[in-house]
Write a protein that binds this ligand. Sequence first.
Ligand SMILES: NC(=O)c1ccc[n+]([C@@H]2O[C@H](COP(=O)([O-])OP(=O)(O)OC[C@H]3O[C@@H](n4cnc5c(N)ncnc54)[C@H](O)[C@@H]3O)[C@@H](O)[C@H]2O)c1
Length: 385
Amino acid sequence: MGVKPKIRIGMIGYQFMGKAHSHAYRDLPFYFDNPLEPELTVIAGRNEEAVKEAQQKMGWLSYETDWRRVLERDDVDVIDIVTPNHTHAEIAIAAAEAGKHIITEKPLALTVEESERMLEAVQKNNVKHMICHNYRFVPAVQMAKQLIEQGRIGRIFHFRANYLQDFIIDPNFPLVWRLKKEVSGSGALGDIGAHSIDLARFLVGELKEVTAMMETFIKERPIGEMTGGLSAKGDNSEMGEVTVDDAVAILARFENGTFGTFEATRFAGGNRNKNKFEINGEKGSIRWDMENMNNLEVYLADDETGVQGFRLINCTEEVHPYAGAYWPAGHIIGYEHTFIHLMDEFLRGIHENRQPVPNFEDGVKNQRILAAVEQSAQEKRWISL
Ligand SMILES: NC(=O)c1ccc[n+]([C@@H]2O[C@H](COP(=O)([O-])OP(=O)(O)OC[C@H]3O[C@@H](n4cnc5c(N)ncnc54)[C@H](O)[C@@H]3O)[C@@H](O)[C@H]2O)c1
């Protein structure tokens, strides 16, 4: 076996998603025969002590304290953006102009206008681009997609998604970047609802129109910052205004006539990361829940009367997407593996000279839906896409 060509990664940011992406690059060659071998070349952050610690802990070869330096380096092929949403456009456009391939976290940007500029920049500079809607890459979700494409559930009537978290339910949880519109763009809508919207587009098709309601339950919080994952710290001495939604509910019509309902909230006590959907078609139904991510529930109407009902499929058999790369059936995988699959698609896209999926075009379409939802909630009317 020959030595594989290296693809040299420069990553901007190093906390929650920084850890998920670093791990994915490291584990990818272990499980998958990707034609490229990622090299963790350089990681960037503003605080030297912290970025140096992250560099050593996560196995990067070097660090920079200014992301612009990473873009200038000749030994970097890919820019991976794992910083808060308000930085995505500036970094991605500069990276495209520097001729680097780009992978960025979701949502693509703060606004539709920003996201369109990002798409224009990657197209003009002919670089590969990807957006990290990692839930598409869960084997059970890929299996759902296969069943739908095979026509196993027939014409789809309903797509019903809830993305429920509860990490900011305490009014003393600090005002972190996720709660400031100028940094995050929106609240539960863009942070988690964007994932449900992506799954809807992936599994069912494009949305035609939406109507929505949004609410901010806690209007002021003590100022603070994220400390990694979904935890944060603040000293409770100064308060600031929450400028994004805490919860959103959306009704949608798909272009193919499917009836969509979505709910995204960070105030659903007891639900830590309950990202779930149910799809009802004329010949069957499919249910999935991230908190039980290896399983897919499937109901098929042509099962014999008397034994009909949802069956539980543990998507860990060799025939299931991605599962064959891991363990014997029943030996489950987890959240971090979704990023390994995503990186596999990204690097294959680069190697095969095609755009990986989902990419900035998906990001722009998602961003248009986020904007339409906000507009609908403000104007209390249906918005066409
Ligand atoms: N795909 C997913 O499931 C998922 C999950 C969580 C977050 N995200 C997305 O990932 C991105 C990062 O979120 P996170 O939870 O990792 O955030 P985080 O707060 O844990 O980490 C953000 C990182 O960005 C750095 N940073 C902040 N501002 C910066 C700036 N101006 N310049 C350079 N570095 C800066 C911080 O130092 C930190 O390393 C966001 O876009 C978020 O929406 C996606």
